[in-house]
Design a protein around this ligand. Structure first.
Ligand SMILES: NC(=O)c1ccc[n+]([C@@H]2O[C@H](COP(=O)([O-])OP(=O)(O)OC[C@H]3O[C@@H](n4cnc5c(N)ncnc54)[C@H](OP(=O)(O)O)[C@@H]3O)[C@@H](O)[C@H]2O)c1
Length: 337
């Protein structure tokens, strides 16, 4: 890509991370943005919450990625030249790993890339991957870098727990993207963004705590202190606003083309630390006794520095991320959520 795109397609904007990417695009660019949604009602809610930007925003309804006739050609038609593909199933409440997580994730990526190639004129596709595609659970130390891949096999993802299925879905979806551009002839380059746990306030359409996305819901449960603290599967995290900024820079910076970035704050976290911060900062949690070590797992590290340097982002601290989410949700609960 020699010059930045000028007309953007964004998937997943109705979700936690995608809505922040939408807001970062609105704040940091003046580009027209088309939002691909599977729920027109959610798309409308997203737009009506941003009335000052309606002239730059449009929506297009796309099928669920598990649809047997998945074709995203219409979403890419009409001059789209930059894509941020965020949408992918993020749930552990499944009964069929392959049908509900792994295949929709892969097919969504393949459909976006095929439609982008068919459209012609697309310069850059930014893909939201995950640290789940990088993590190696057998590893005991050292630093994770963008060169690392989760060794999980497709078969292990299909037969494993929902968490393993999610990891496989992200690994094989990202692999499919690199293989697609690796075959040549796509006409665009690819940037993959791999964040670990993502925290921070919510800007997508959510009507109640029950509708919160998975990572925010887990953090809120830790903040409420009504049940045993969850165990952090990894100690790495990033604030959703920093992650959104990384996506926008990955779209706009020509030199990012062909790269894979781990976007992660230098600080580690665990849920005891989150609950302690909530106890220190919020009246409703004052005096609460927090069980568990306040020292997050330090056995491994992650290279979030390369993304910070090459994409020009600086990472928020964990306290800010926790406080901003908990303040928002507790206020909404007072308003009758
Ligand atoms: N949250 C994290 O901690 C985290 C960490 C690393 C990577 N990620 C990645 O970041 C991306 C967004 O995650 P998120 O936390 O924002 O999740 P989210 O709030 O659940 O949003 C998921 C988005 O994907 C769409 N989607 C889900 N399944 C779909 C399907 N089968 N067909 C079409 N669209 C589908 C959703 O549409 P609806 O609004 O219609 O449901 C929504 O827009 C995902 O690729 C995820 O793997 C998340």
């Amino acid at each position: 890509m020699s010059s930045p795109p000028t007309h953007i397609l964004l998937t997943g904007a109705t979700g936690f991370i995608g809505a922040h990417i939408l807001d970062a695009l609105l704040t940091h660019t003046n580009l027209p943005i088309r939002i691909a949604v599977r729920s027109p009602a959610k798309g409308a809610a997203l737009l009506s919450a941003r009335p000052q930007h309606t002239a730059r925003l449009s929506t297009i309804t796309i099928p669920d990625f598990s649809s047997p006739t998945l074709d995203l050609t219409p979403a890419l038609a009409g001059g789209i030249d930059g894509v941020i593909h965020v949408a992918s199933p993020v749930t552990y409440a499944i009964t069929d790993n392959e049908a509900e997580l792994i295949q929709p994730a892969i097919r969504g990526v393949e459909a976006v890339l095929a439609a982008a190639a068919a459209a012609g004129g697309v310069k850059r596709v930014v893909l939201t991957s995950s640290f789940a595609a990088v993590l190696d659970i057998s590893r005991s130390g050292g630093e994770y870098t963008a060169a690392d891949w989760n060794p999980i096999t497709y078969a292990e993802g299909v037969a494993g727990s929902p968490v393993e299925a999610y990891r496989a879905s992200k690994k094989f979806a990202e692999r499919a993207a690199w293989e697609f551009v690796g075959r040549g002839g796509a006409g665009f380059d690819l940037v993959a963004i791999a964040p670990p746990m993502v925290f921070g306030p919510v800007v997508h359409p959510v009507g109640s705590v029950r509708e919160l996305n998975d990572s925010a819901a887990v953090l809120w449960r830790a903040a409420e202190g009504r049940e045993a603290l969850p165990v952090a599967r990894v100690a790495f995290w990033v604030d959703v606003r920093d992650l959104a900024e990384a996506h926008v820079q990955a779209l706009l910076r020509p030199e990012a083309g062909g790269k894979r970035y781990l976007v992660a704050a230098p600080e580690r976290f665990n849920y005891a630390l989150a609950a302690t911060i909530v106890g220190e900062e919020f009246e409703f949690a004052k005096g609460r006794v927090v069980e568990g070590s306040l020292v997050p797992d330090q056995s491994k590290s992650i290279d979030g520095r390369t993304a910070a340097r090459e994409l020009g982002i600086s990472y928020r601290g964990f306290r800010e991320s926790v406080v901003d989410l908990v303040a928002q949700i507790s206020k909404k609960q007072e308003e009758g959520w």
